[in-house]
Write a protein that binds this ligand. Structure first.
Ligand SMILES: C[S@@+](CC[C@H](N)C(=O)[O-])C[C@H]1O[C@@H](n2cnc3c(N)ncnc32)[C@H](O)[C@@H]1O
Length: 408
């Protein structure tokens, strides 16, 4: 698959379907590379097909690994295959901002990153929301910064829907506005329909996973005049076994995205403190040591999975941690195991796992954009005029893709 030329305009019209098809072909072709989770599958099948890349994964040094973990585009030498995949992924996920300039949100109580998100959302959607008197419906509104800002800017009524009662009161310092109603409701519940106006302008800033799809369904059912959604937390399926593709192209795709595949789409270059990074590394190291013992005891190349652990358990010595997993989760342990030897092997195995995760991460943004474009294309199929682009910098939020649709 050749990389496409970089975009100069937000995606709209047939460009949405074209890009979705291109992403679908690329993700399907490279599925063996990104579907297996390195923590679970230690020797993925692709190692046989890409020996140069497999050798790199098994031998890359710690400095290069850390640089790539900090920033996937770090200026370090990587195998040609990895560089080429990263280049293709970058071209396929190129997006332009939906608006050139942001609109500053008003009101105290809006934190700066949230302020940037709201300002960007506003600038990117104003053209679609302007005109008419549609009530603005904010879906999974949290404190409702977006809905309040849109209400003021567009001089419209706003209905803010949020499940958490403690968030339905305005943030301290945020002025209450007569045109704004904050309603406590579970948007997955059928009663939500009773609260909704016809032909509203539906907006959702980071409604998690299936909650975004629920908004698209409900908004279309209520004849929405406009719909704008910036999805996040794709893996939150609320009981569904996998992502249900919405567009004809998505439904015809060979991709089958369960929570584990969806989680990859939101795995970002973490800006965590060195302390937090060290703790995570220690937890991973302990888990890999446990896995080594289980694989050694059973002779099976199978991952030993157990639920999350507390900070206290992460501080245990390897021997005590293994003892705890044995008692609480039935870990099989070979007799007379040597903690020094297992600890050293876990360090080595963890490095290989981290390198495998770097390779897998090449598919992260393509997957995220595939999901956004499947939703966008479903709105095109429903007859809306649709654009897709970014609404803020990745520093304001990594979930910066926005779908904007307007009834034709
Ligand atoms: C990631 S936050 C986004 C909040 C807000 N839109 C923002 O950007 O600040 C997601 C919000 O969805 C709300 N939520 C989750 N499940 C919900 C449901 N079933 N019905 C209504 N709101 C829900 C959560 O309480 C939370 O406030």
């Amino acid at each position: 698959m050749l990389p496409r030329p970089l975009e100069t305009e937000p995606l709209s019209g047939s460009a949405i379907a074209d890009r979705l098809r291109a992403l679908d072909a690329w993700l399907s072709a490279h599925a063996p590379l990104w579907e297996p989770r390195p923590f679970v599958t230690w020797r993925p099948a692709w190692w046989g097909d890409a020996p140069e890349l497999a050798a790199w994964v098994q031998t890359v040094d710690e400095g290069v690994l850390q640089a790539l973990e900090d920033h996937l585009g770090a200026n370090v030498e990587v195998p040609e295959r990895l560089a080429s995949l990263a280049e293709q992924a970058a071209a396929l996920t190129d997006l332009t901002p939906l608006a050139r300039a942001q609109v500053a949100p008003r009101g105290r109580g809006v934190k700066s990153r949230k302020g940037e998100q709201v300002g960007g959302f506003l600038a990117a959607t104003e053209h679609a929301l302007r005109g008419g008197d549609a009530v603005v419906v904010e879906w999974c509104a949290g404190r409702g910064h977006l809905g309040r800002t849109l209400s003021e800017r567009l001089e419209r009524e706003a209905l803010l829907l949020e499940r958490d009662a403690s968030l339905c009161a305005p943030a301290r310092g945020a002025a209450e506005r007569p045109r704004v109603r904050h309603v406590c409701v579970d948007v997955l519940d059928e009663t939500v329909h009773h609260a909704l106006p016809d032909r509203g302008a539906f907006v959702a800033l980071h409604a998690c996973g299936r909650l975004t799809d629920r908004m698209l369904d409900v908004a279309l059912a209520h004849g929405a005049s406009a719909i704008a959604a910036a999805p996040c937390c794709a893996h939150r399926l609320f009981g569904a076994p996998r992502y249900a593709p919405r567009s004809a192209i998505g439904r015809a795709s060979a991709l089958s995205l369960d929570a584990s595949a969806l989680r990859l789409s939101v795995l970002d270059e973490a800006s965590v403190s060195p302390r937090e990074r060290a703790r995570r590394q220690r937890e991973h190291w302990l888990r890999v040591a446990v896995d080594l013992l289980a694989r050694g005891a059973t002779g099976l190349d199978e991952h030993f999975s157990f639920p999350s652990v507390s900070a206290e358990q992460i501080d245990l010595s390897l021997v005590d941690f293994v003892d705890w997993v044995q008692r609480t989760h039935g870990l099989p342990v070979p007799a007379g195991w040597d903690p020094d030897q297992v600890g050293a092997a876990a360090t080595e195995q963890l490095r290989v796992i981290r390198a495998g995760a770097i390779v897998r991460r090449v598919a992260r943004r393509p997957l995220e954009l595939w999901l956004a474009l499947d939703r966008a294309q479903s709105l095109v199929e429903a007859g809306l005029e649709v654009s897709v682009g970014t609404f803020c910098a990745r520093t304001a939020t990594p979930r910066n893709i926005l779908i904007v649709g307007r009834a034709a």
